[in-house]
Write a protein that binds this ligand. Sequence first.
Ligand SMILES: NC(=O)c1ccc[n+]([C@@H]2O[C@H](COP(=O)([O-])OP(=O)(O)OC[C@H]3O[C@@H](n4cnc5c(N)ncnc54)[C@H](OP(=O)(O)O)[C@@H]3O)[C@@H](O)[C@H]2O)c1
Length: 294
Amino acid sequence: MKILVIGASGLLGGQLVKDFSEQNEVFGVDKNDKVDGIAYLDLLQKERIRDVFLKFKPEIILLSAAITAVDWSEQNQDLAWRVNVEGAKEVAVAAKKHGGFLAFYSTDYIFNGKEGPYSEEDRPDPINFYGKTKLEAEQIIQKELDRFLIIRTCSIYGYQREGKNFAMQSLNSLKAKETFKAFDDQFGTPTYAGDLSNITLNLINSKKEGIFNVVGSDYVNRVQFAEEIAETFNLDKGLIEKGSSEELRQIAERPRKGGLKVDKLNLEVGIKPMSLSEGLCAMKTKAAKEMKNK
Ligand SMILES: NC(=O)c1ccc[n+]([C@@H]2O[C@H](COP(=O)([O-])OP(=O)(O)OC[C@H]3O[C@@H](n4cnc5c(N)ncnc54)[C@H](OP(=O)(O)O)[C@@H]3O)[C@@H](O)[C@H]2O)c1
């Protein structure tokens, strides 16, 4: 099958390219085209989106690209909206025109975090601008397309040289023997990028449609997440300092009790996602491999 991965240089997108390439023809595009084999596509360029669809004619589109920096989105709302909402709309319209099946990645940040973890049926109520853009994109996709997949996920982690994600940030600090401050009042269900990619493959192959939560099976706060990292990588847990949302004010408000439930995934697809310790062990193995090949 012909698969278009939009956001192919990102943490998840890179993994999707790798996993889907085993049995498909994959074309990876991103605004960040520094990675080998990735072609340039900025979601702000509508003409270019149409051109990619016209030339490649994808049967499946995995839309992983987005502005994911939550505080940055709060301060740059116009650009965040144009990329996350209008860009997603253009992709949905192109998918409709060319008969492609769209899988879109969304977030637990569409909820207010008062009583998570959330099921697919719970009512969204975003409390920050990033969450608003992702919810709006979800609604547009549901309106434009008869068939689609919306995959909601939470705190994606995995090995990345540049270390943007929470797991890499804490890992790099702890390795450098620096203190690492984490929130003990923000809960979620961290998700290993490799597991999310494999489950996406499974959902696509089994022709599932609609909204699915795909997250790791553990519900933890950021301190517990960092402590599990220290344990897995044999680093000093004592360097982890507890902080609260009140004390460490972030620019954008975060859901306190976020995270998602995976009962639907268990029941309808028979999949049990990785636990945090399983995901971190897989990340450790990948990190060791990358260090060896460096
Ligand atoms: N990260 C999380 O914890 C999390 C949680 C829930 C849901 N999600 C969703 O899951 C998806 C994947 O997340 P991720 O962690 O893999 O994100 P990521 O590593 O930040 O990757 C996103 C990619 O999109 C690219 N991008 C940004 N603006 C673009 C534009 N205008 N046109 C084309 N590409 C653009 C980014 O390029 P640059 O690097 O140059 O900006 C980056 O390569 C996103 O849709 C996100 O909303 C993420």
